[in-house]
Design a protein around this ligand. Structure first.
Ligand code: ATP
Ligand code: MG
Length: 476
């Protein structure tokens, strides 16, 4: 797609001035291409020094943008063999402006990030490129690394298993790739450090967040928590579990599915008091036992194995009810996780105490400049603006999109829906077209699998139970 023509279509729109400015920038970058192509590797590399000095002398990054982007494009073509398309330049400008660039999947967002990352790293204040998992952080830093290094900048990557010393090196680099989890946790750990030498992260200056809708919206309120050991209540967990097994549903207690609560009846309370050998269960001295008993009842009657959680290597892992992904490292609070551990007879982990916490939302709001990219942002435009003051700009694809987006189909009930799904799959299978099916839960994927097996349609199931190690699907 001709980006300049595409932009021209919008002229006359309310943002005319802004669009004209974008056009001018892209024209300028393109105009520099021939002269930069004629430079030797060494001359091209020297541009970085020149830009750094210009910044140090007070020239603005905005002013340097055309030169810097043209240099990155040339360096990229020489090192990794990819020359940024105009649509990617446009995406890069949007990121530099601290906005969200919506670019469809496969448009090359990884490469887009190199443009603003390079430009903003020239000031030496650091740029963080944030991805959703360790694998992508490493892949992107290694894939894009040659461009930066060719131009004389350093690139670091933070991985979850790294030591403090390794992290320090990663953060001291001009550009640092890592996951939202690692950036957030390092911030927390630094906050708890007793001396400045122990800190690993430097300023939070500029962040470019990949899959920005996932990190800034879906996970916005997810708290990152650093915890220490609390009291050891093993005896109470076990006692409550034993007791819960002896109480009878609807006689000794009732459960309410909607609020996920379990409440003792009078008879149940008496029975519990007798079995525990205490006079009054709701006495202040027995509060913890009473609380844990109610958690154990919930664990036994409201939380179902392979639906709400799975057991892997003797650990209870929570299943996200919306995505079916395993929520590695998350625990139910208030003794519920321990109650489930007791129920499943796996080792009970001590309850922990929160020492430091921050949500992703608050963490990312600390950056002096924040930008993001994703295939889908427009639908959450309002939230991005309200929570982060981030504007969403939709970048057209480099080549017209061929994928058809079909409307949703609604069925009266699950049975009809799954039958229709199987029929659809069967039809595609017969014409030898591969099909990727997404389901919301492990249960649904297994149900579909059974239905497909019955029809003799060969398939593979990839769900959190079989592949517990990652919670994100990675395309390799
Ligand atoms: N300028 C370019 N010229 C040629 N190929 C390119 C260019 N930019 C990107 N690509 C190729 O496009 C493919 C997709 O790139 P990338 O994974 O960065 O896309 P993406 O937009 O991040 O997609 P997703 O939304 O799936 O993460 C890669 O194989 C990459 O090599
Ligand atoms: Mg990507």
């Amino acid at each position: 797609m001709d980006i300049l023509k595409w932009l021209a279509n919008f002229i006359g729109d309310s943002d005319e001035k802004k669009l004209k400015q974008l056009q001018t920038l892209i024209t300028k970058i393109n105009a520099l291409e021939d002269s930069f192509r004629s430079l030797s590797d060494e001359e091209l590399r020297q541009k970085t020094e020149e830009f750094k000095q210009r910044i140090a002398k007070g020239e603005s990054e905005d002013n340097l943008l055309p030169d810097a982007f043209a240099v990155v494009r040339e360096a990229s073509a020489r090192t990794i063999g990819l020359r940024h398309f105009d649509a990617q330049l446009l995406g890069g400008i949007i990121l530099h402006q601290g906005k969200i660039a919506e670019m469809k999947t496969g448009e090359g967002k990884t490469l887009v990030a190199t443009l603003p990352a390079y430009l903003n790293a020239l000031s030496g204040k650091g740029v963080h490129v944030v991805t959703v998992n360790d694998y992508l952080a490493k892949r992107d830093s290694e894939w894009m690394g040659p461009i930066y290094r060719f131009l004389g900048l350093s690139v670091g990557v933070i991985q979850s298993q790294m030591s403090s010393a390794e992290r320090k090196i990663g953060y001291a680099s001009d550009i640092t790739y890592g996951t939202n989890n690692e950036f957030g946790f390092d911030y927390l750990r630094d906050n708890m450090a007793l001396s400045i030498e122990e800190c690993v992260q430097q300023d939070v200056n500029f962040a470019i967040v990949d899959e920005v809708d996932g990190i800034l919206i879906d996970e916005a309120r997810t708290p990152l928590i650093i915890s220490g050991m609390g009291e050891d209540n093993q005896a109470i967990y076990k006692k409550a579990d034993t007791l819960a097994r002896r109480l009878v549903k609807d006689l000794d207690f009732t459960v309410e599915e909607k609020t996920k609560n379990a409440v003792l009846t009078e008879q149940g309370t008496k029975k519990a008091e007798k079995l525990l050998g205490i006079e009054y269960l709701f006495d202040i001295n027995n509060m913890e036992t009473a609380h844990q008993l109610s958690q154990s009842l919930r664990a036994h009657h409201l939380f179902e194995k392979n639906v709400d959680y799975v057991i892997k290597d003797d650990e209870i892992l929570i299943v996200d009810e919306f995505t079916g992904r395993l929520m590695i490292g998350r625990r139910y609070s208030d003794g519920l996780h321990q109650a489930i551990e007791a129920k499943e007879r796996v080792p009970i982990k001590q309850e922990s105490q929160t020492l430091a916490t921050v949500t992703f939302q608050n963490y990312f709001r600390m950056y002096k400049k924040l930008a993001g990219m994703t295939g889908t942002a427009k639908t959450e435009e309002g939230e991005f603006w309200k929570i982060y003051g981030l504007e969403v700009v939709v970048i057209p694809p480099n080549k017209p999109l061929h994928r058809e987006n079909l409307p949703d189909v609604i069925y009266k009930n699950k049975r009809a829906k799954f039958q229709a799904v199987v029929k659809e799959i069967e039809a595609s299978y017969k014409t030898e077209r591969p099909v990727l099916v997404g389901t919301v839960s492990i249960e649904h994927s297994e149900l579909l699998s059974t239905m497909l097996t019955r029809k003799g349609i060969p398939h593979h199931v990839l769900n959190a139970k079989q592949h517990g190690l990652t919670s994100f699907w990675v395309r390799e």
